[in-house]
Design a protein around this ligand. Structure first.
Ligand code: SF4
Ligand code: FES
Length: 248
């Protein structure tokens, strides 16, 4: 396949940035999108240029690193996959492909397609954990019965990989889907109850502090989420947050 890539190039956070055109040929339909980017970077390096910076790690849909906005869609045209799981057979010979970084004030561009998502880490640090007694008299987690439907729902929320596609797809750059998934994975389980009220309060406060926008129920986040995180998590978080504000 022969393609034309229009890639966002930005030297650093203070650089204005611009789109640069790269014709690529000999792309196999069986390549992953990131392998195609590797191929381009090999060529740029051979020609003595500056390779395109992009984030990646697991390359199997687990780590959430491969943040790319492809032809105006987070993680490209397919649903339920990350950029590393996207294959070039999803495109046609001769296609023009535009590749941009996540756009959100809370995710500043580091270089080219790489953005700083440490705002998510700080939200997790503010409350995305359970305190466990490790004195030696710890109760085995399996000794606490959890109804199957509840466990399934908690596991579904826990599949969020923190990729940030929800923020990038939202016109308000809201992080509600991410935060609500992280709140829900604990709120649905008995182990998450002791800190439930404090957790939601702290995580929502940190989310606001980081500069993410508010939710206006557009739903783009859930549609573009590679893990299909459901909007009901946002409703649960809002209920918990309201309750924690009234009780405190
Ligand atoms: S909710 Fe979905 S889109 Fe948002 S960070 Fe989690 S996995 Fe990514
Ligand atoms: S590189 Fe880990 S999810 Fe894509």
């Amino acid at each position: 396949m022969d393609l034309t890539l229009n890639i966002w190039r930005q030297k650093g956070p203070d650089d204005k940035g611009h789109i640069e055109k790269y014709p690529v040929s000999g792309v196999s339909p069986d390549m992953s999108f990131l392998e195609m980017m590797d191929m381009l970077n090999d060529r740029i390096i051979r020609e003595g240029g500056d390779p395109v910076a992009f984030d990646h790690d697991c390359r199997e849909g687990i780590c959430g690193m491969c943040s790319m906005f492809i032809n105006g869609q987070a993680h490209g045209p397919n649903r339920g996959v990350t950029t590393c799981q996207l294959h070039m057979r999803s495109f046609k010979d001769g296609d023009d492909i535009t590749i941009e970084p996540w756009r959100a004030a809370a995710f500043p561009v580091v270089k080219d397609l790489t953005v700083n998502r440490s705002a998510f880490d700080r939200i997790i640090q503010s409350g995305g954990y359970v305190s466990v007694n490790t004195s030696g008299e710890t109760l085995d987690a399996n000794a606490i019965p959890v109804p199957k439907p509840q466990a399934d729902e908690a596991f579904s929320a826990a599949t969020c990989i923190g990729c940030g596609a929800c923020v990038a797809s939202c016109k308000n750059a809201s992080a509600m889907l991410f935060v609500s998934a992280k709140v829900s994975q604990f709120a649905l389980l008995p182990q998450g109850q002791p800190e439930r009220a404090l957790r939601v309060k702290r995580m929502v406060e940190q989310m606001d502090e980081e500069g993410f926008g508010n939710c206006t129920n557009t739903g783009a986040c859930s549609v573009e989420c590679p893990k299909g995180i459901d909007l009901t998590n946002i409703a649960r978080m809002n209920r918990d947050f309201l309750k924690s504000s009234v009780d405190s």
